[in-house]
Design a protein around this ligand. Sequence first.
Ligand SMILES: [Zn+2]
Ligand SMILES: [Zn+2]
Length: 263
Amino acid sequence: MIVEQIWTGNAYRNFNYLIVCPETGEALAIDPLDHAKCLATAGARGWHITQVLNTHEHGDHTGGNQAVIAATGAKLLAHHNAGGRIPGVDRGLAAGDVVRVGKTVELEVMDTPGHTMCHVCLRSHTDSPALFCGDTLFNAGAGNCHNGGHPDELYRTFADQLAGLPDGTRVYPGHDYISNNLGFTLDREPDNARAKRLLDEVLDQDPAHAMVTTLALEKEINTFFRLHSPTVIARLRDAFDDLPENPDARTVFVKLRELRNKW
Ligand SMILES: [Zn+2]
Ligand SMILES: [Zn+2]
């Protein structure tokens, strides 16, 4: 499986993806907002985009659909309930469905509500597992919930689905927010030495050659996976004086999400 991460360079800092079968050159385009860049990359490498997949219905993920489809005849895939919000869906996706690309690539669909209620992530089952997570999981962060989502659902997605993926899973999110998110991690957990070191490493990185994290690293530096950290809980109790001494993980997650909205 070839993964081409495409940096759009736009104000929203979107990442687009081409996932390619190395044998046939067939490609799946994930959220190809920068359709010109996606088409040019595919053209230069001799790849054929046969499918477009939207992780969810927001315009910065669907905005390139029509141009890519007009140029390639690709089929459009999205969450099975997204049809009312995304025009022209050819295939509605449900949890456990398999998306095949060419002869060699198989991606499993995960139904991952929270950022919106029609959000899918894709995971590959290869020797180097990968997760394409749209606006659900970011490097060192989590998606917001104020455009059609819900923090309780996002917590369930993190706790029940993402946290259980293999440690070596490579994380491919829909936006480049890593530096800003690490700032929030350090605001919540100032003694997190790994996050501090990582921030030094990525602060001046070129997003066109962005560092790809793993789930194991995320569990060290992503506040939304660190719900039992004594520092996170102590700092949260400073911010919310009605929190009990040992708040449950869901409460910690939701309060962190609330703080992140204003941070
Ligand atoms: Zn979104
Ligand atoms: Zn987005």
